[in-house]
Design a protein around this ligand. Structure first.
Ligand code: MG
Ligand code: MG
Length: 274
């Protein structure tokens, strides 16, 4: 059940709102700001541009963003936490346009890359590169679980080059996306046994590797949401919403549709106009 061009145009519009909200947050983040202030900026950006934040559609959640700091992997709740230079901040955002969803996440550093610990900067790069490796592994007629294999392969290769044993989080996965944010099938961000379903033209999925500097084992805090590493090591999270079609790939939550990165990776790009 691939998406039609009309449906994809709505998903592209939603994806561009998510990209714009995340860019707004990345530009604004600074020492002394709260995660709650960033959440307000993202909500205003999405609403001012004709969309609706999607995370309040998740039962029990009312914010536009998840903001996960340092040892927090994912699902951190925006609020009164004050950010400091060098903090590793993962920001996850979703938006809806005409009933269709976009979902993406970035990891950024408070005070910019210059304020980051070198190992944190590398962690974020390794995570983002693994996401693109997973995206480039998508093709019509291919298998869904090739995505997780490519992501894991990328992280393991980076770990060998860096002399590090990066942790790959397996407790939270990517997902198909459309008129709801979380649809089946799940998309493991790591290698699994089996091949998974065959990718049909028009399939839309959200890929979202989470990688840690230490052990990937984790737990949920008493707030019921925030996922942290057990060993306190820092984590990065990158996510994009992607459509795979016969003509090629489009990264719906990337401003350029993924054209530049896909070209570097030798993967075919086929734009969707929103
Ligand atoms: Mg997300
Ligand atoms: Mg997601």
């Amino acid at each position: 059940m691939g998406r039609t061009d009309e449906q994809l145009a709505f998903m592209r519009a939603a994806g561009l709102l998510v990209a714009g909200a995340l860019a707004t947050v990345a530009d604004a983040v600074a020492d002394g700001m709260t995660t709650g202030a960033l959440d307000s900026l993202a909500e205003s950006y999405i609403r001012d541009n004709g969309g609706v934040p999607s995370f309040p559609g998740v039962p029990g959640y009312r914010h536009t963003l998840c903001t996960s700091v340092n040892e927090e992997i994912v699902h951190g709740i925006p609020g009164s936490r004050v950010l400091r230079d060098g903090d590793l901040l993962s920001v996850d955002c979703g938006a809806i346009v005409s009933g269709w969803h976009g979902d993406a996440a970035i990891s950024v550093f408070v005070g910019g890359d210059d304020a980051a610990r070198p190992e944190d900067l590398r962690l974020s790069r390794v995570t983002e590169e693994s996401l693109w490796a997973g995206i480039a592994a998508m093709r019509v007629g291919g298998r869904l679980y090739a995505v997780g294999e490519a992501i894991e392969e990328s992280i393991v290769a980076a770990g060998k080059a860096d002399g590090r044993d990066y942790g790959i989080v397996e407790d939270y996965v990517g997902h198909a996306i459309g008129q709801e944010m979380h649809l089946d099938p799940q998309i493991p961000n790591y290698a699994v046994r089996g091949k998974g379903p065959i990718l049909a033209s028009g399939f839309t999925g959200a890929l979202e590797p989470m990688v840690t500097l230490g052990d990937a084992r984790n737990r949920v805090l008493d707030d019921g949401w925030t996922v942290v590493t057990l060993d306190g090591s820092r984590a990065a999270h990158w996510e994009h919403t992607v459509v795979v079609r016969d003509a090629g790939l489009c990264v719906l939550t990337a401003v350029d549709g993924g054209a530049a990165r896909l070209a570097e990776l030798g993967a075919p790009f086929a734009p969707v106009t929103g």
